[in-house]
Design a protein around this ligand. Structure first.
Ligand SMILES: Cc1cc2nc3c(=O)[nH]c(=O)nc-3n(C[C@H](O)[C@H](O)[C@H](O)COP(=O)(O)OP(=O)(O)OC[C@H]3O[C@@H](n4cnc5c(N)ncnc54)[C@H](O)[C@@H]3O)c2cc1C
Length: 311
């Protein structure tokens, strides 16, 4: 028999865990469905989460799951949601894990499955990602402070990122990887701040187990760098909610109102599954808690005239 839950939270990152904890404390029967693939799994340490600065991503999740599961009404399934479809009284969620199918029905679904990132095609980049090369400047800038750094990317926000990164290092080279991500005017402005722009394509990252040594350009020359940042492309991976017909934005992320409600009544989203996408752990956790409170109030009902006032 398919189990019924008040709320199914799909995605057990900080947004989903925080929402699940707050919902179960609101005496809701909550199913947390998670494939356990943290976006930050490439890194060993997470930074900037109040009271947990420097914790490993997996440990942060374990603590969050344990806190949630200590409550009556909390249930966790490690599986992948493959389809969410509207049914009488809510939504049916179909899941699959190692060939094993399961399903659940919930009155409300909260989507917190984050986003996927695509790195530029550069040999060895993945090997250094999360240790010597990062994507979140606010998260990892401090640990790269005062080092000779590279910023690699092809996106138009590269100049803005270079300016941000200059807060942590004044030895910075921007690698556009053959793209025109930095305009000549922006290059002149960056140059005025001591930031160089290298427009040749990057072939690979030079280094070994002891660390990163530099950036290898297509002609074989190596630019010495101790570490750096990359600008991935970010997009939603939300095909599984397509049967609901919920509106997605141009990046494939769920469109939500100020309270995390999607265009489909009863379907909510929080964290990086919604615009603007990339955030930080504590921001995603805060968003999950915020939307959990909205869900609880919506489930109580009769508060429609107060909906905006209470959040
Ligand atoms: C390399 C790296 C390092 C980072 N370092 C830091 C840092 O030091 N500090 C910091 O504050 N932030 C850091 N971040 C950012 C941080 O990881 C994100 O802001 C945060 O994880 C977003 O939380 P979320 O809950 O929205 O999504 P996620 O953490 O991505 O969680 C989504 C969850 O949903 C699950 N999922 C996905 N699809 C499905 C599905 N179909 N069915 C079931 N489950 C599914 C995934 O397995 C995952 O567990 C880093 C990011 C990266 C990439």
């Amino acid at each position: 028999m398919t189990e019924f839950y008040d709320v199914a939270v799909i995605g057990g990152g900080p947004a989903g865990l925080s929402a699940a904890l707050n919902l179960v404390r609101a005496r809701r029967r909550v199913l947390l469905i998670d494939s356990n693939r943290p976006r930050n799994s490439a890194t060993l340490l997470s930074h900037g989460y109040l009271t947990r600065d420097g914790i490993s991503p997996l440990e942060l999740r374990r603590l969050g799951r344990d806190e949630f599961l200590a409550y009556e009404g909390a249930e966790h399934r490690q599986t992948l949601a493959t389809k969410v479809a509207e049914v009488d009284g809510g939504f049916e969620i179909s899941c699959e894990f190692r060939g094993q199918q399961s399903s659940a029905v919930a009155g409300v679904v909260l989507v917190t499955t984050g986003l996927t990132e695509t790195l530029p095609e550069i040999a060895q980049l993945r090997a250094f990602y999360g240790t010597f090369i990062h994507s979140c400047i606010e998260c990892d800038g401090y640990d790269k402070r005062d080092q000779p750094l590279a910023l690699i990317g092809e996106h138009p926000d590269l100049t803005e990122r270079a300016l941000l990164l200059s807060q942590w290092s004044d030895d910075l080279i921007v690698f556009t990887h053959g793209s025109d991500a930095v305009s000549p005017a922006d290059e002149a402005m960056l140059s005025g701040r001591g930031i160089a722009v290298e427009r040749r394509r990057v072939a690979s990252i030079d280094g070994d187990r002891d660390g990163m040594r530099g950036i290898v350009l297509e002609d074989g020359s190596v630019v010495r760098r101790a570490g750096g940042f990359v600008r991935p492309e970010w997009s939603g991976a939300l095909d599984y909610v397509a049967p609901t017909g919920a509106d997605l934005d141009g990046d494939g992320l769920l469109v939500v109102d100020a309270h995390g409600r999607t265009s489909v009544p009863g379907l909510y989203a929080a964290g990086e599954s919604t615009a603007p996408g990339p955030q930080q752990l504590i921001v995603a956790a805060g968003d999950g808690a915020r939307v959990a409170a909205v869900i609880n109030r919506d489930l109580i009902g009769g508060l429609e005239h107060l909906a905006d006032a209470v959040q």
